[in-house]
Design a protein around this ligand. Sequence first.
Ligand code: GLN
Length: 401
Amino acid sequence: MSKLIGSKKATQFTESVIREMTRLNDLHGGVNLSQGFPDFAAPAAVKDAAIAAINADVNQYAVTWGAPPLRDAVAREFTRRYGLPIAADEQVTVCCGSTEAMISTMMAIIDPGDEVVVFEPFYENYGPDAILSGATPRYVTLHEPDPSTPLGADWTFDPDELAAAFNNRTKAIIINTPNNPTGKVFTRQELETIAALCRKWDAIAISDEIYEHILYDGHRHVPVATIEGMADRTVTINGLSKTYSVTGWRVGWSISPPSLTGAIRKVHDFLTVGAPAPLQEAGAVALGLPDQYYLDLAARYRRLRDILLEVLERHHFTCYKPYGAYYIMTDISVFGFSDDVEFARYLVKDVGVAAVPGSSFYTNSARGRTKLRFCYCKREETLVEADRRLEKLAPVGVNLR
Ligand code: GLN
């Protein structure tokens, strides 16, 4: 057989459906509510800092594991917010986005045969991350709330199902709070349940906290590393993308216990050498923005969430209300399409709105076939335009005229 083919690893996963939907949207001139990136401006002070850094000729490699001002700011802010001391020199590694921080972490800690617990539905990168790092994923269901239940119902896991996923081979669990795609915010009690299992089985928590500042309705972010006994077994992943609306900059980081930092830094170094130097300087400025910036960010997203919830419900989607991050998972059964992919294609081609098929968040696509994810990190007028286009949509058996 010809060797001019991709590796076994590369054949085990497909291209990103999220990124594919953006491409499809661009082809059809739709309103892009698929891939989660803002269509509004990044903060002026942060942009100015990047320009100033380039003009000051901060244009060569930064220290491989991150420019000191950014690493110091990451450590300082984590300690200031959550009271956990972080040593920038021993614990922080700056990467090309949280995406690279995640894969570098997994490649640094996983051996073939190691198991990794993943909550499902999951952010689609975690599947390929497991394959590339050689991990065997063990999926644990986040059960959806009954959408008709009163306010405050969130997606939940069954502690017994979670406990059953852990064993001697469990090396790590991936947590994402606030959660993409469900909007779930893990409670302290839930994290304590997870932490007890990590301690029992000597497992590492890899906690993707990229939506840390995007929370609603009084929900609070609890970093996994701050749960008792977890500081020395948690790798926290975060980045500039979502908090400062700079998804194209590709600046993220990991905060790891010193025992794991050397391995993560080596993998990171040989994957990418380092993240963009001038953007790291701007990142240090971004992390120094006053607390009001974060309050305004959350308030803005709450308003956008409420607008899109109202729009989608009026157009007959069943919505699972998010309490964090900037996505709304919906149920699309009422539209009578054969599956989520067919519906998403119809929606982008004939209605002019792009969303992400639910199946891309599940290992067994059948479980996501009645679901579709919309993002609302968009200007109000973008959501109004989506509303206008969705007028075309009619659920089966409902005569709108
Ligand atoms: N996290 C964003 C999403 O879920 C963007 C993903 C990406 O394309 N990197 O849509």
